[in-house]
Ligand binder design. Sequence first.
Ligand code: MN
Length: 335
Amino acid sequence: MIDWKHINNYIDNAKSILLTMHENPDGDGLGSATAMYYYLKEIKKDCRILNVSSLPVEYNFLNKDNIIETYKSDIHDSWISSVDLAIIFDVGDYKRIRDLKTRIKENNIKTLNIDHHPHPKDHPFTYNIVDLKAASTGDMVYDYIKSVRNGKISKLMAEGIYTAVMTDTGCFRYSNTNTHCHDIAIECIEVGVNTTNIYQLIYESSSQSRILLLGNILRNIHYELDGEFAWFVVDKNMMSSAKASKADVEGFSDFVRTIRGVEVSMMIMQIDESSCRLNFRSTGKYIINGVAVELGGGGHKFASGAVIHDSLESVVNNSVEIMKKSLLQQRSELT
Ligand SMILES: [Mn+2]
């Protein structure tokens, strides 16, 4: 059990608090930060949410009060110099806050990491609060707010928390979904969160480019190991011919994992001539973060990823082989 009352001292002692999360943020990072923002404002803290990436359009509803800012050195550096505490949500790997990591270091700002991804023992944070069992970082923020504040959470906090829990559990479908997720959802509905609306804004807003790209991908899936392992490539040509953006690719690995018989899906996405992004998803039979770590990345047991600095061709060859080897090894241990 995490001692949130004790952790509250770190927050209580800070006057100015910076909230941030990993680049290319998802619903968990954004929802966690907005919920925390509204709580910190309620207790009259000077705080801001600064992200290194811009806000994906489907999450605009969390930004009614224009509280989610994209970090710009000339606009924000003077405020950052007055910050005493940076709270980092859902980061997985500290380098994923890019330039903000440098600013935090330069200004000797204390760091509080709140995350449900594994971090090494020699982590760089002042305070490292990790709960690997939490379905989302939003669950942890909810637990914190509940332990220091009386009554039900406010509607604005609940919109963030609900978004975090819903997106990280794949709408309460993935194996990480537990009774706590549902308890949180009940409270969110009780305080007036329009859950249907949030679902539609996030999941029923595919661009035509995304659908065009998905069609192309679905025609080119490779199946290995009797159909248990499915992988696909998204290269620069596919992206440009569909006029797609990075955000259009979100969720494709989850989708391919839903094909009958598929236990593990892998997306290999070309970033440029010399780097690729990999995404791995598992239904739960095989653990796939070992492969992610081997390739220089990380993540959860059943959802992980990596960025590799190499050509597409060589990344395809290597990663498919490494994944097949790991799955065959695990398969032999299962039987
Ligand atoms: Mn998360």
